[in-house]
Design a protein around this ligand. Structure first.
Ligand code: HMG
Ligand code: MG
Length: 294
């Protein structure tokens, strides 16, 4: 069966924008977030407190949060890799953070400048201090289905990384198909490897056009939180061949059709993505945005 309601974890302002080479003004990012909230999205991943040289697009994280008009009923999680990032995030008054781990050795090195093992040493004090400060922590696992340098990733390795993040105190685990290579059978197999599906979320990139099929497979396995990006923006600057995330509009079209509640006003969301595409100077890759904005 399917859940009656799905929580959409909207990553457009973070995952969507982090790969854009031209820096988007803070005022545009703030309007993007305001429009997403008005469209009914209740989880807006806003930015990352990472090293500004590693992701120049998000170097304005503190300024963004200072200017944010926080809506009632909306949470604004931010990515935090290490204690320096946590200090900055706490200073900005965040209530939700996400750490991001790699399931592979190569991506741990490329994305975090750490080994697979030493990434956990980096995360442990972050999670402990965040929880002590009353801040909730999500854990991401990247390269869950394939890695551009290592190829296929053993399921047991993904589960081991994920269980360690949960063991540290993460309240939710988001399983990332960073390069968009998964197919639904693999999704079902990976989800079955975890003891508690209720704490899992899925994060699909749409490189091979499989994100929506993979999402449906995950929903049928009991997942109720799905990550997506308005207009299908996105990609990871440290992962070869990572393209846009599952488009939130594509997800909402499917869920509306299935009678699954999301609380999202699709027309308002499409208008937001059309507006954002104008800011970025190129059309949205989302099929639903294109179909509804003709
Ligand atoms: P490092 O070079 O090993 O850092 O980078 P370090 O700990 O050695 O520190 C070096 C200097 O950087 C120090 O300054 C630190 O203070 C400073 P110095 O003493 O030399 O003057 N520094 C910082 N400054 C500001 N904010 C910070 C920070 N940390 C250190 N947070 C680090 C390690 C983790 C920082 C770096 O590798 C990094 O920032 N990586 C982030 C990469 C990233 O953001 N990738 C994209 C997000 S992940 C993703 O997209 C996947 C996802 O969507 C899921 C999926 O699709 O699979 C989540
Ligand atoms: Mg991603």
């Amino acid at each position: 069966g399917l859940p009656s309601r799905v929580t959409i974890w909207e990553v457009g302002a973070r995952d969507g924008l982090q790969n854009e080479s031209v820096v988007v003004p803070v005022s545009v990012k703030l309007e993007f977030l305001a429009r997403l909230a008005s469209a009914g999205l209740s989880v807006l991943e806003a930015t990352s407190f990472v090293h500004p040289k590693w992701v120049p697009q998000l170097a304005d994280a503190a300024e963004l949060l200072a200017g944010l008009d926080r809506r009632a009923g909306v949470v604004y999680p931010v990515l935090v890799p290490n204690e320096r990032g946590l200090d900055r995030a706490l200073e900005a008054g965040v209530s939700h953070i996400a750490i991001f781990a790699s399931a592979t050795e190569t991506f741990a090195a490329r994305n975090l400048n750490r080994t697979l093992e030493s990434q956990f040493e980096m995360f442990e004090p972050v999670v402990a201090r965040a929880l002590a400060a009353g801040v909730s922590v999500r854990g991401y696992v990247s390269m869950c289905f394939g890695d551009p340098w290592e190829g296929a990733v053993p399921q047991s390795q993904v589960v081991a990384v994920g269980e360690r993040l949960l063991g540290m105190g993460c309240s939710q685990l988001s399983l990332g198909d960073t390069i968009g290579v998964a197919t639904p059978g693999q999704v079902e197999a990976l989800l079955a490897g975890f003891s508690d599906v209720s704490r899992l979320a899925v994060h699909f990139h749409d490189t091979y056009g499989q994100a929506l099929s993979n999402t449906l497979a995950a929903l049928r396995c009991g997942v109720t939180t799905v990550d997506s990006s308005a207009g299908g923006l996105g990609g990871c600057p440290y992962a070869e061949s990572a393209t846009g995330n599952l488009a939130t509009e594509d997800l909402v079209w499917m869920l509306d059709g299935l009678g699954v509640e999301t609380g999202v006003d699709l027309d308002a969301l499409v208008a937001t993505s059309v507006w954002m595409a104008e800011q970025l100077g190129r059309p949205s890759p989302s099929r639903v945005v294109r179909a509804l904005s003709k």
